[in-house]
Write a protein that binds this ligand. Structure first.
Ligand SMILES: [Cu+2]
Length: 136
């Protein structure tokens, strides 16, 4: 079973190889810091799918991927009329509170590489996502 899985991975990698690598003459690194812009919404999970005791709020999207050194601008929309939501990442000192039916735009520099959970302080653990900062 494991051998079959490895064989499939190797086969897929072989197919992807011509497209996955830059031309051999290009040896310089081209990922200089960029400004990246994202729209983030508060959303709701399917009520029927939520176990008792958990709230039904979430984020869309749930993943934001940037490169280390990028300037990241997020437009965060609270789509709900009856509750605040926050965008919180302690490691980045981010804790942006957005009032009902309001939005805020904020910017930060992705100085630290890694995977950082972003969450709403009012609606964790369901209302969460991941900021993925790939190393420079
Ligand atoms: Cu919330």
């Amino acid at each position: 079973m494991i051998i079959a899985v490895v064989a499939i991975i190797v086969a897929v990698a072989a197919l992807a190889a011509p497209y996955a690598f830059p031309p051999s003459t290009n040896t310089s690194k081209t990922s200089s810091p960029q400004t990246r812009e994202f729209y983030l919404l508060s959303t709701e999970w399917n009520m029927d799918a939520i176990p008792a005791g958990l709230n039904h709020y979430g984020f869309t999207p749930t993943q934001i991927t940037v490169n280390q050194g990028d300037t990241v601008t997020i437009h965060f929309y609270n789509t709900h009329g009856d509750t605040h939501h926050t965008f919180t990442i302690p490691a980045y000192n981010l804790n942006v509170d957005v009032a009902p039916n309001q939005n805020k735009t904020f910017t930060f520099t992705a100085t630290q590489a890694g995977i950082f959970v972003f969450y709403c302080t009012f609606h964790a653990p369901t209302m969460r996502g991941e900021l993925i900062v790939t190393p420079a």
